[in-house]
Design a protein around this ligand. Structure first.
Ligand SMILES: *Cc1c(COP(=O)(O)O)cnc(C)c1O
Length: 242
């Protein structure tokens, strides 16, 4: 455990330094960038160590794993802000709203309705980010800016969240750079959308973009939240081939 603490401290220090440098290069205040440490596949004990090292925000992408981990971490007396960042099925909304303070991966009108209903039932009001698919390939998750399908249109999804203001708080946008795209091109496109988005939804100030491999490009484009996993916790073991 002391070794693990040292590993995590080193990964964190390196990542914070990368964020600070990217902010300096962009003329931004590092206080404007929140580091969300993505702890998927790693144990609850790592989350507790990270919290002790000053981490305030953690991200998870699978409900069952996240739900168990959040319970263990709470039992361990730590209460980080939990972000749900993965594909979300409507029948998992009730479970997710119990622990998630922010749901970053909201990408359909039907999902918004299920999430709002779950939030009311659980007496919780999660922050919500609309996930954007920058290349229009919704198979990988995300709503589309000006797509021909209203169900998966960024604006229709956001209006549904804003209308459910007794249950959900619309806070901004999230995206992953599409495979094979230059990150700067992806995040510039996202930043342009975010500017227009804030025209209609001024409360939606959050821009979640950037991971271990491309956080500099995201900070340059104005990301307020970066989601970093492997650069801090180590490479995740690929799932066994069956
Ligand atoms: C896993 C994941 C991350 C973190 O990725 P790393 O490359 O490990 O930093 C960020 N965002 C999402 C949506 C993820 O699923």
């Amino acid at each position: 455990m002391p070794e693990r603490r040292t590993e995590l401290a080193t990964g964190l220090a390196t990542t914070r330094e990368r964020i600070a440098t990217a902010c300096r290069d962009a003329g931004r205040d590092p206080a404007g960038v929140t580091l969300v440490v993505v702890t998927k596949t790693y144990p609850a004990s790592d989350v507790s160590l990270l919290v002790d090292l000053g981490v305030t925000d953690v991200g998870e992408n699978r409900d069952q794993e996240a739900s168990e981990k959040a319970s263990s971490v709470a039992a361990d007396g730590r209460t980080p802000h939990w972000h749900f960042i993965g594909r979300l099925q409507r029948n998992k909304c009730r479970s997710v709203v119990r622990y998630a303070d922010t749901v970053q991966s909201v990408d359909s009108v039907r999902l918004v309705r299920a999430l709002a209903k779950a939030a009311v039932a659980e007496g919780r009001i999660p922050d919500v980010l609309v996930q954007v698919s920058l290349d229009g390939d919704t198979a990988r998750g995300g709503a589309v800016d000006g797509g021909d399908e209203a169900e998966r249109d960024v604006w229709a999804v956001a209006r549904e969240v804003a209308a459910a203001d007794d249950a959900l708080r619309l806070r901004g946008l999230m995206a992953v750079a599409p495979l094979g795209w230059e990150p700067a091109r992806a995040f510039d496109l996202l930043a342009g959308l975010h500017t227009r988005f804030r025209g209609e939804f001024p409360q939606a100030t959050v821009l979640s973009a950037g991971m271990s491999g491309d956080l500099e490009a995201a900070v340059a484009a104005g990301a307020t939240h970066v989601r970093v996993g492997s650069a801090i916790l180590g490479n995740r073991t690929p799932p066994a081939v069956t």
